[in-house]
Design a protein around this ligand. Structure first.
Ligand code: ZN
Length: 64
């Protein structure tokens, strides 16, 4: 199981996403930011491909 914490990505936010694959986490991160961090989403993530989002989150992903 992989997990990613919004706090580790620099946000003051308790959200943690869990999934089996990096693709799964990338989708959750995208959905979460769209709802909870819309400014960051609009400024940074909206024009990123799924591959780019995976590259961005990979350093913060933990294996459990
Ligand atoms: Zn968050």
């Amino acid at each position: 199981m992989k997990s990613i914490s919004c706090r580790d990505m620099g946000m003051d936010c308790p959200w943690v996403g869990k999934g089996e694959t990096l693709e799964d986490l990338a989708k959750q991160v995208k959905d979460h930011h769209m709802v909870e961090h819309p400014e960051y989403y609009e400024d940074t993530m909206r024009n990123m491909s799924d591959d780019e989002i995976m590259d961005m989150i990979e350093p913060y992903v933990k294996e459990e």
